[in-house]
Design a binder for this molecule. Structure first.
Ligand code: BES
Ligand code: MG
Ligand code: ZN
Length: 499
């Protein structure tokens, strides 16, 4: 699917189908959001158009005598539509024209402009088209054909040209990075083991991010041993593959002594069997998603670099699987990590925090002003917040609020959970500095964060995102695949890094 922006109405009118938005009025009527009077007239004349109430998620099709097929897309009430309304309406619009009926499609940006900023609307349409058009179909013997080749985003107001030109690239960079994240998360775990995962990131940095000020360093088992990352290594102990710590840095073109430095850290468990504390079969299914945190922070890093973010960004990805073998770490083991703190490993299925502990300690030594980690860390997150809300916890309420505000600006759900002294105590061991599990079935997401907090030093501001719920299928969002990786939180983090 090729998308292009067009200011010329000819292309718009010549395509086989045009997509236009419409708002629901309070009195039950429909406010057609486009300016073409003939189109309006023909819509009114169509026999069944009165049944269409422009509710979000609904579409109405008719044939216009001058042009071609027209599909009217419901946006709901204009005052409620906002940016997310534009994303969702675009997704529904795209679904309405998919299926092989059309070769060329045009979408009238102005008629979706619920936010009264035509340039931003065009960007949101572009973003939503790219996200909605995503498919993970590489494993089919015959790749299903694309439903159409060309889609035109028509911008009727030439005054918006400058703004549109800028947003055309930035929205594409962002949505492509969301899709890059999804591809990594959806990839099969027998293919995407730690060694392969690191290679793919390196390749992407050397191609897509070429000339963007990005440096790549990849560390293996020997390097981790040198760094005394024994908590990370304890998770890798049963693996057929070497662990990988991928250390990326982005330096903006202009750096002053005031340039802020963000570090992103991601859990990259290419598969989580639970280890000796083996997961039951049903809970093990889907654990290829356990590298979602690392794919999410990489997606954000990628988009930020492509869009010339003004901050220094470090990205640390901790990659291994949590396998079962004779060499695996047994429960009751006590291991000293990079920070010098010892951990009594009572449950080998609480492995993400062990990898993150060493990665966070390492990240602190890069001297960032802020650290954000993302991880599919706890099943408890799904119990607390369901599968549609991302949990955020941290050591600085102002910074947590900043991350939350960024999520809000991107219409991604994020809710803060507390870390209280009692839960910090819950993670203390009687025979080591810490233990890796808290009281069973009690505030599991927060006790995990309380554990991680021990590895943040030098008063660095830190926020932890538990994406266990939001990483996987988000069927309620029309621009996310109903099954498979969502790519959520890439937008939130990108927004934070480019703001
Ligand atoms: N990767 C899992 C968390 C998870 C569970 C993510 C379900 C998505 C869906 C993590 O490594 C894990 O196994 N956590 C344990 C921790 C427990 C042993 C303290 C859990 O949540 O059960
Ligand atoms: Mg686990
Ligand atoms: Zn895990």
């Amino acid at each position: 699917m090729k998308i292009h922006f067009d200011f010329d109405s000819k292309h718009f009118e010549n395509s086989e189908v045009v997509l236009v938005g419409a708002y629901a009025k309070k009195d039950g009527g429909v406010q057609l959001a486009w300016s073409d009077t003939q189109l309006k007239k023909e819509f009114d004349m169509a026999k069944t158009s009165k049944n269409f109430k422009a509710a979000p998620g609904t579409t109405y099709g008719f044939t216009c005598s001058r042009m071609s097929d027209v599909i009217v897309v419901g946006m709901g009430e204009k005052s409620k539509a906002k940016a997310e309304g534009i994303r969702r309406a675009t997704a529904h619009a795209l679904m309405a024209v998919s299926g092989g009926k059309y070769n060329s499609v045009s979408i009238d940006a102005a008629s979706f402009n619920a936010i009264n900023k035509l340039g931003d609307t065009a960007g949101l349409i572009n973003e939503a088209l790219i996200m909605t058009g995503y498919k993970f179909d590489k494993y089919f013997k015959e790749t299903p054909k694309e439903s159409f080749k060309d889609i035109c985003i028509y911008i009727s107001d030439k005054k918006a040209k400058k703004q549109v030109e800028k947003i055309e690239d930035t929205s594409k960079n962002l949505a492509d990075s969301v899709n890059f994240c999804r591809d990594l998360v959806n990839e099969a775990p027998n293919v995407l083991h730690s060694e392969e995962y690191a290679k793919r990131i390196e390749k992407d940095c050397k191609t897509a991010l070429k000339g963007k000020g990005v440096k790549v360093k990849i560390m293996g088992k020997a390097d981790l041993k040198k760094e005394k990352m024994n908590l990370f290594l304890s998770v890798n102990a049963a693996s057929a593959y070497e662990p990988r710590l991928v250390h990326l840095t982005y330096t903006p073109k202009k750096v002053t002594k005031n340039t802020k430095h963000y570090a992103l850290v991601g859990k990259g468990l290419t598969f989580d069997t639970g280890g000796y504390s083996l997961k039951p079969g049903a809970s093990m299914m889907g654990m290829k998603f356990d590298m979602g945190g690392s794919a999410t922070v990489y997606g954000a890093f990628r988009a930020a670099a492509l869009n010339n973010a003004p901050y220094k960004i470090t990205c640390i990805l901790g990659m291994t699987d949590n396998a079962v073998s004779a060499t695996g770490t047994v429960p009751d083991s006590i291991v000293k990590g990079r920070s010098g703190l010892t951990v009594e490993i009572l449950n080998t299925d609480a492995e993400g925090r062990l990898v993150l502990a060493d990665c966070l300690d390492y990240a602190c030594d890069q001297n960032p002003d802020y650290i954000i980690d993302a991880a599919t860390l706890t099943g408890a997150c799904l119990v607390a917040l369901g599968s549609q809300v991302c949990a955020v916890l941290g050591n600085d309420d102002k910074f947590v609020k900043q991350v939350q505000d960024s999520a809000k600006a991107q219409d991604e759900y994020m809710w803060q959970l507390p870390i209280i002294p009692e839960w910090r105590d819950d993670m203390k061991s009687k025979i080591a500095d810490l233990k890796n599990i808290g009281t069973p079935a009690r505030a599991g997401t927060a006790t995990a964060a309380a554990f991680l907090e021990n590895f943040i030093k030098n008063d660095i501001k830190w926020a932890h995102l538990d994406i266990a719920g939001v990483c996987d299928s988000q069927a309620h969002l029309p621009y996310c695949p109903s099954k498979g990786a969502s790519g959520l939180m890439v937008r939130t983090l990108h927004n934070l890094l480019n703001g």
